[in-house]
Design a protein around this ligand. Structure first.
Ligand SMILES: NC(=O)C1=CN([C@@H]2O[C@H](COP(=O)(O)OP(=O)(O)OC[C@H]3O[C@@H](n4cnc5c(N)ncnc54)[C@H](O)[C@@H]3O)[C@@H](O)[C@H]2O)C=CC1
Ligand SMILES: O=C(O)[C@@H]1CCC=N1
Length: 267
């Protein structure tokens, strides 16, 4: 079986690591590179995984997943480049960073795949979008897809769509949690105990998500089914329109897309 190295084991690196372990990947086929010593010790204790230097991990693994902040990517690639060889697969999970940027810093023949994952991967409900670089074979792209499929769904997209995907599904969980927080606070304002408000909102979210997935019905139709003429929902939705919530979502996601583009330029 092939070995995988995860370089950078913060929120997303650990999410991938834990998913691979849950999916039955043998721990002795996994390697981690992590700069913070206390974090490295934590991961060794939690998963029994070997945490080694980045260069060693990159040299020993068939697939190298780089999961550091976009701003740290240049230094990390410069550090591991001498250890990489043609034929290896390098999977980047960093927002904004292009395959062309990575290819310019690693040896020729290293196959690069750009991935935008999201944190629900922690519960095997992730959404990942993958795009191949210029030296990536179909088999190597399939391998990257398989890596991400161990923690959720995967779609293939042209790389030019990656900044938009980052704005929608990469950052998406944060918008949903923001809505959940807002609804719980509203429930508390309306006099509900916090625990009751939390349970009501979370189950409403999970139930609505399940309905979208399982019925395949368009969200507009599902919303209309809840909106009785002259009823409570119509009153609430009118307020959301008055407060320009739909426009705010559009502006927010355009800002996220633009920020992803800026990260590619190193700012
Ligand atoms: N958190 C999220 O929801 C998502 C994050 N991403 C991407 O994943 C990447 C990582 O993000 P997070 O996990 O949230 O950040 P994080 O800050 O939690 O984790 C980054 C980890 O990399 C380590 N690190 C930094 N430089 C290193 C080096 N040279 N060698 C080894 N380890 C090093 C840090 O100590 C830290 O543990 C980013 O590029 C981000 O754009 C993508 C989609 C979603
Ligand atoms: O906020 C960020 O930059 C990262 C990328 C997508 C989600 N988190």
């Amino acid at each position: 079986m092939s070995s995988t190295a995860i370089l950078g084991a913060g929120v997303m690196g650990e999410t991938l690591l834990s998913g691979l372990v849950r999916a039955g990947r043998r721990v002795d086929h996994l390697l981690v590179g992590e700069k913070r010593r206390e974090r490295a010790v934590e991961l060794e204790e939690r998963y029994g995984v070997a945490v080694v230097g980045n260069a060693e991990a990159a040299a020993r693994a068939d697939t190298v997943a780089v999961v550091v902040k976009p701003q740290d990517m240049g230094d990390l690639l410069d550090e591991i480049a001498p250890s990489l060889r043609a034929g290896q697969l390098l999977v980047s999970l960093a927002a904004g960073i292009t395959t062309a940027f990575i290819e310019s810093r690693v040896p020729e023949g290293v196959a690069v795949v750009r991935v935008m994952p999201n944190t629900p991967a922690l519960v095997d409900e992730g959404m990942a979008a993958v795009s191949p670089g210029s030296a990536c074979s179909e088999a190597q792209l399939a391998e990257a897809e398989e890596l991400m499929a161990s923690v959720g769904r995967v779609v293939r997209i042209p790389e030019r769509q990656q900044d938009a995907v980052t704005a929608i599904s990469g950052s998406g969980p944060a918008y949903i949690f923001f809505v959940v927080e807002s609804m719980i606070e509203a429930g508390v304002h309306l006099g509900l105990p916090r625990a009751t408000a939390s349970e009501l909102v979370i189950q409403t979210l999970v139930g609505s998500g399940k309905m979208l997935r399982e019925t395949g019905t368009h969200p507009t139709v599902l919303r209309e089914q809840v909106t009785s003429p002259g009823g409570t929902t119509a009153s609430a939705l009118r307020e959301l329109e008055i407060h320009r919530v739909r426009a705010a979502f559009l502006a927010a996601m355009e800002a996220a897309r633009d920020r992803s583009r800026q990260l590619a330029e190193g700012s």
